[in-house]
Design a protein around this ligand. Structure first.
Ligand code: SF4
Length: 359
């Protein structure tokens, strides 16, 4: 059983992270933020797949000034990603952003840091310190030779110290590297010395396949060891897929159970039906059902009935037709051509029955 390390609770626009709150799935837009309409439309797509916190880059004043417009049109907490320029942080907070991702050690003069921290206190806005292997300070690179896990941790603790000296504790930390082992090591080390919530991720993980594998392995190890209060899967792809992969990782460890989970067999020479097509069709059809249900799509009578019986609903191919299961029992044997429609009908009947009885 996974024992999560209990950390301080931080609130971001009405959503809590840390403590025993669910591990939140985040993503980041890749539209030009100043094109606020395009950014809002991407955030809406992210909301549709369950994204719980969204980050936008704020590279210039024009982007900071449209935050209010974006914020008023979306329903999930908004995080402004800022580098160096404290004025952008001030504008973002005035525009209503829910969290900042900024490294206080990179802001410059103490007075500038103080102004950001004062406003963050006034508006109860948390700050995420985000250390990446690509931005470890030069002196630490000289000390450690390259961005080791210790260099990442030391860099993060420096930023933490700056905030704590200003009596600011509304902090979230991330320590991302594109190297999975180094990232895991860094999070394990930092989790021993601070109790702020940890935002976990593998940075620059790559395109869909590589990014999914690297993130699943890295985040999987961390989550299994109880580390991680919120996560982002970084993919060189549509951010919607980041959210889908994020939830799939959490589901695999039974840390979240959002929506429909389709179990399907890999197919083999025993297969009597087109499992690949059917599983994709089932996944697509039920992806926006908000309830936690499992559907098994299996190819033959060897493992099919067993898995189909264990799931809430199931399909198991056979020589003379397809068995359709509901809650562990066979409902009917149908022809392959009919099985999708039949499955859809029994799921809809059952799920509507649930919502009708709630009135
Ligand atoms: S369920 Fe049947 S068809 Fe599917 S992989 Fe297993 S043995 Fe092959």
């Amino acid at each position: 059983m996974i024992r999560r390390k209990v950390r301080k609770v931080v609130e971001i626009g009405g959503i809590q992270i840390g403590g025993e709150f669910p591990i939140r799935v985040q993503s980041m837009t890749n539209t030009p933020t100043k094109d606020w309409a395009k950014t809002v439309s991407q955030i809406k797509r992210l909301e549709d797949v369950g994204c719980e916190i969204v980050r936008i880059s704020v590279p210039d004043e024009e982007s900071a000034r449209v935050i209010g417009k974006i914020k008023s049109r979306i329903s999930i907490p908004l995080v402004a990603d800022i580098h160096f320029d404290y004025r952008l942080a001030l504008i973002s907070m005035e525009e209503g952003v829910d969290k900042l991702r900024i490294n206080p050690g990179n802001i410059g003069a103490r007075q500038k840091v103080e102004r950001v921290v004062e406003k963050a206190k006034e508006y109860s806005i948390p700050i995420r310190i985000g250390v990446n292997s690509g931005s470890v300070p030069r002196d630490l690179l000289e000390k450690y030779g390259f961005p080791t896990s210790d260099a990442l941790v030391e860099a993060a603790l420096r930023h933490v110290k700056i905030l704590e000296e200003l009596d600011f504790y509304n902090i979230v930390i991330s320590l991302k590297s594109s190297d999975v082992i180094r990232t895991v090591d860094a999070y394990e080390k930092v989790s021993e010395v601070v109790d702020y919530p940890l935002h976990i991720g593998i940075t620059e993980a790559g395109t869909f396949l590589r990014g999914t594998v690297f993130s699943s392995v890295g985040l999987g190890v961390l989550l299994f060891n109880g580390i991680g209060d919120t996560l982002r899967v970084s993919l060189t792809d549509d951010p919607v897929r980041e959210v889908e992969v994020g939830f799939a990782i959490l589901k695999s460890l039974k840390l979240r159970s959002a929506g429909v989970d389709v179990i399907s067999c890999p197919t083999c020479a025993r297969c009597h039906v087109d499992v690949i097509e059917l599983a994709k069709k089932v996944e697509e059809e039920f992806k926006s059902v908000g309830k936690n249900i499992t559907i098994a799509v299996m190819g033959c009578e060897v493992n099919g009935p067993g898995e189909a019986r264990e799931a809430d609903y199931g399909i198991a191919g056979g020589k003379n037709g397809v068995l359709v299961f509901k809650k562990g029992k066979i409902v009917k044997k149908v022809r392959y051509e009919e099985c999708f429609d039949f499955l859809k009908k029994i799921i809809e009947e059952k799920e509507n029955e649930g919502s009708n009885s709630k009135g």
